[in-house]
Design a protein around this ligand. Structure first.
Ligand SMILES: Nc1nc2[nH]cnc2c(=O)[nH]1
Length: 446
């Protein structure tokens, strides 16, 4: 029996290359927040279900020029960096970390500050159409639990990581785990607290094993985190081959690429999400593919720190799992719309090349352009697959995580395919009318 029925036009990924459009449909959702069925106007029961829902006050009717889309899945976000989004992006990664990011994250020792930031940040994610996020916290247990609580309270599906960074050579005195033992102890404590929180809610809240990246962790911490990931069967998140500097660091310290380092410590599994990957080689990609590990493509951030463009189309063709992340605040925008657009723009620049003094034929990497349908898939059902969640698609059996978006005024006749393109290119925060997770409204524009 349906609890609510939505009436309107929706867009959803059919597969990585195709988007489905369904006009004037009904989407039926049961009490558990699961989509039970969708009906087209030619279905025999359509009118009956529409009328019954209307009379019972269970109908959500989209207005003309409103559209239903799945909520987005952001696979790489640093929640504590929200206050500095848009700052210092002209610096190289290591300077940005040392002069801006570490001092800011150190402030989360203060749980009151953490609450203030996380309350706003979770709201921002929802109001940008993001319904699931895989997030880095800081090294502070209480602040991370606060992030998880805020997510549960506001209705965001949350994967939250207690950051580990214990290497004295690559982290400052004021912001470091005192030892690998204390870092691992704090991680295990955090896991238990999140499990307790998860028991008290029907919402999704999952602890994530979070070695910040190879430079910031000792071998002992990486060993212990690999063991904890296995013991508790948890997802892992980190940064991988993000920049020339970071990629070179692992080679200097271990004599191998950071992919091989992570693999050595059992941190690459089918539940792992590794951000960036602009410097990955074909051997690294083979390892990631064999482990089933996802690469979180962070196209805005990569412009600043990546020292290259991730070849998304090639990676997808190889069979690597590539999805999307905002990387707040290496990326300045929490909007996955903005990141979808940048993913397409960066891929076009990769195809064409950027140095016009070179011959056209040799300037770029041919056939690298991704389509809007590709990018939409990465941000929706693709991201959900990486987290093993049944969300990101408007179809029976999926959780009802949606956004209702107001289209801009059409001043010429548009096909439904045109409407989709325009929505993806033009939607801003103020165009998102409401957001639902598991059939419950979690955000409404005032
Ligand atoms: N973009 C990004 N890269 C990192 N590498 C290690 N820490 C970070 C971080 O906070 N952001």
């Amino acid at each position: 029996m349906e609890n609510i029925v939505i009436h309107g036009t929706y867009f959803t990924s059919k597969n990585v290359n195709e988007v489905e459009f369904h006009e004037d449909h009904l989407i039926c959702i049961d009490r558990s927040g699961t989509i039970t069925r969708t009906l087209s106007p030619v279905d025999a029961e359509y009118s009956q279900i529409l009328n019954d829902a209307r009379q019972a006050g269970r109908l959500i009717e989209l207005k003309p020029n409103q559209y239903l889309l799945p909520g987005f899945i952001d696979l790489h976000v640093h929640a504590p960096q929200w206050p500095q989004a848009g700052l210092a992006l002209e610096l190289p990664l290591a300077d940005w970390l040392n002069h801006y990011t570490f001092p800011l994250e150190a402030k989360f020792a203060d749980s009151h500050y953490a609450r203030r930031v996380y309350q706003d940040f979770v709201h921002q994610l929802l109001s940008h159409g993001t319904t699931t996020a895989m997030m880095f916290g800081t090294i502070h247990n209480d602040a991370n639990v606060e992030l998880a609580r805020q997510s549960v309270t506001q209705g965001l599906r949350a994967f939250v990581g207690q950051v580990v960074m214990d290497n004295p050579e690559q982290t400052p005195d004021y912001y470091r785990n005192q030892s690998s033992v204390s870092a691992l102890h704090a991680t295990e404590q955090f896991i238990k607290e999140i499990f307790e929180l998860a028991k008290k809610t029907s919402s999704t809240v999952v602890p994530v094993i979070t070695p910040r990246f190879v430079p910031s962790c000792t071998d002992e911490a990486l060993t212990g985190l690999g063991q904890l990931a296995k013991q508790y069967d948890l997802p892992v998140q980190s940064h991988l081959s993000e920049s020339n500097w970071e990629h070179g660091y692992a080679i200097k310290r271990f004599g191998i690429h950071d992919t091989a380092v992570m693999d050595h410590f059992h941190l690459l599994t089918e539940k792992s999400v590794m951000a960036h990957g602009t410097q990955l080689t074909s051997d690294d990609l083979t390892t990631l593919r064999q482990r089933g590990t996802t690469i979180a493509h962070c196209p805005i951030s990569n412009v600043y720190f990546g020292n290259g463009v991730l070849a998304v189309k090639k990676l997808l063709a190889y069979g690597n799992s590539v999805r999307l992340g905002s990387d707040i605040s290496g990326g300045y925008s929490p909007s996955l719309y903005h990141n979808i657009r940048q993913a397409i723009k960066s891929s076009q620049m990769l195809t064409d090349g950027v140095d016009s003094s070179l011959a056209t034929a040799t300037r770029g990497v041919k056939d690298s352009r991704i389509t809007m349908a590709n990018a939409f898939y990465l941000a929706t059902v693709g991201g959900a697959k990486a987290l093993q969640l049944k969300v990101g698609k408007i179809a029976p059996g999926f959780q009802a995580d949606f956004q209702i978006v107001n289209g801009h005024q059409p001043l010429m006749k548009l096909s439904i395919a045109d409407v989709f393109q325009r929505l993806m290119y033009q939607t801003e925060q103020q165009d998102i009318q409401s957001v639902y997770v598991a059939g419950k409204r979690v955000y409404e524009r005032e």
